[in-house]
Design a binder for this molecule. Structure first.
Ligand code: NAD
Length: 512
């Protein structure tokens, strides 16, 4: 279970370099860092470690491409053609891409393939959206016409995490470039491999030089992520990652008053009422926390179950969790692979130990047998977990779930809202009135009723409370990546307010 040689992608370079202004380049100071594969925890490649000077070069290239290049001025249909070609290539290279992603991140190969397809869809979707985009117009007959100019903003800084890296990069890249901006992408340091494919795909699709720039490296002060956030020529930062990192980025962006979009952590409740379709609820909640290795921002990692069905739910849930197949990420039968990195494995395992003192362990609770090395964790289920427990309150981001009983709807709501997070909520009931009323009251950016988290790309994605700031997805992404300039045209007589003339009210109609 620990020999990963067969899965190793072929023909890798020695170093994953930065891609700036259409060229592969080393870090200016020559620095690199090790990247490991999560099955052996052995380094398999190095990546260039970007710092302030590398970000300066990437931002300068992106700024030049924005101001002097064709991209920001092209017709939406012309840009869409490039985006469709990107989507086709991502789809055609899906198997190769998924294999790389699975090797680098430990995600099960079948799920990595699904993520690659979703990445292609993101490009196709935003290509369609910009072509169909209409601009607002407002008329006051005989007096005024007003319309809105949507304009790309400039250089967008895109900072992404290590869970489903390629798909999450596509989620930002597609709308940012579709709307005519240029970008600097800083992928997560644990998983830089698949990001190295973008440059070739973009070149082949005909994206002009300098529109896409990639700087690898760490996030902290003095490194690539921090330098991008603090760069004065980057007016937009789209960030996905931990809530704590979001707070730091928020503070560091404040002096520049940057546009910010933050998709942050979660501890989402799945609420199962006693009138739910139990079979469907169990299947969905098992998938909801153990798919993507539990490294999923919208994981339903707290399951609240009504007392009447609680014992049966826990018994059946634990039995199903024990059947989830842990295995080599490259094996198509694997349902839970290896966690991304030993540091993250230690964190998840520490919560498993904490959980043993906070709840009743009914499945998992350690390393699966037969796995000598690698970041493998058994799908782990704790029942009878109280709301004060750390495993109820804190994001674990691994295959670990807390189950808690409740009696009334009011108690369920109180428990559901009893964390600092507010990303998603899943509600299982056959009572539509209850489902709608609960959705209204639950503190979550997204609610799924009797459903897994399948998401239509047109809908807004985002969290409330510590789970995020703003929304992306569909038109919300178009709003984030564009300025809206209002143009007012006088259609009547030119009528200027005359100061000192008491009966003239036109000055009152102007905004502050
Ligand atoms: P992280 O916050 O540690 O890192 C995310 C990215 O930010 C990395 O590229 C990192 O290098 C960079 N970074 C770190 N410090 C920085 C700084 N000071 N300035 C600029 N950049 C910095 O998150 P992670 O561990 O990579 O990802 C897991 C987290 O992401 C979880 O909390 C998860 O819930 C969240 N997530 C949220 C969503 C969502 O849509 N809400 C989606 C996926 C993941």
């Amino acid at each position: 279970m620990t020999d990963n040689t067969a899965a190793r992608p072929q023909n890798l370079p020695d170093v994953l370099r930065h891609y700036i202004d259409g060229q592969w380049v080393d870090s200016i100071d020559g620095d690199t860092f090790e990247v490991i594969d999560p099955v052996t925890n052995e380094p398999y490649i190095r990546a260039a470690s970007g710092k302030v000077a590398d970000i300066d070069a990437a931002v300068a290239a992106a700024k030049k491409a924005f101001e002097l290049g064709p991209w920001s001025k092209m017709l939406p249909r012309e840009r869409a053609r490039v985006l469709y070609s990107i989507a086709d290539q991502v789809e055609d290279r899906g198997d190769e891409l998924a294999a790389m992603e699975s090797y680098d991140s430990g995600l099960p190969i079948t799920q990595a393939l699904g993520q690659a397809r979703r990445a292609a869809e993101n490009f196709r979707f935003f290509a369609d959206l910009i072509v169909a985009q209409t601009d607002d117009a407002f008329k006051v007959p005989g007096r005024q016409a007003n319309y809105v100019n949507r304009k790309p903003i400039g250089v967008a800084g895109l900072i992404t995490p290590w869970n489903t890296p390629f798909m999450l990069e596509s989620w930002k890249l597609a709308p940012a470039i579709a709307t005519g901006n240029t970008v600097v992408l800083k992928p997560a340091e644990f998983t830089p491999l698949s990001a190295s494919l973008w440059a070739g795909i973009f070149e082949q699709a005909g994206l002009p030089q300098g529109v896409f720039n990639l700087v690898n490296g760490f996030g902290e002060e003095g490194y690539a992520g921090d330098s991008l956030v603090k760069h004065p020529d980057v007016p937009l930062i789209s960030f996905t990652g931990e809530s704590r990192t979001g707070q730091i980025i928020f503070a560091n962006s404040a002096p520049f008053l940057k546009g910010l979009s933050m998709e942050l952590g979660g501890k989402s409740p799945a609420v199962v009422f006693d009138d739910a379709d139990l079979e469907a609820a169990i299947n969905a909640t098992v998938f909801g926390v153990f798919s993507l290795n539990g490294e999923r921002c919208t994981a339903g990692s707290r399951i609240l179950v009504q007392r009447g069905i609680y014992d049966e739910f826990v018994k059946r849930y634990a039995a199903q969790a024990k059947r989830v197949k842990v295995g080599l990420p490259s094996d198509p039968k694997t349902e839970v692979g290896a966690l991304v990195h030993p540091e993250h494995y230690e964190k998840v395992m520490s919560y498993v130990e904490i959980g043993k003192g906070e709840g009743r362990l009914v499945a998992g609770g350690g390393r699966p047998e037969g796995f000598g090395t690698g970041n493998y964790v058994q799908p782990t289920v704790f029942a009878d977990v109280a709301a004060e427990a750390r495993i109820f309150q804190e994001e674990i981001f691994g295959p670990v779930v807390a189950i808690t009983p409740f009696d009334t709807d009011e108690e369920a709501l109180e428990l559901a809202n009893n964390t600092k997070y507010g990303l998603a909520a899943y509600i299982w009931t056959s009572d539509l009135k209850r489902a709608h009323n609960f959705s209204q009251a639950v503190e979550a950016g997204m609610v799924w009723l009797n459903s897994n988290n399948v998401r239509d790309l047109r809908t807004p994605f985002g969290g409330v409370k510590a789970s995020g700031l703003g929304h992306e997805g569909g038109y919300r992404s178009i709003d984030f990546y564009t300025d809206q300039q209002a143009v007012h045209i006088n259609l009547g007589e030119v009528h200027n307010p005359v100061f000192g003339k008491q009966d003239d009210d036109s000055a009152q109609k102007a905004d502050g």
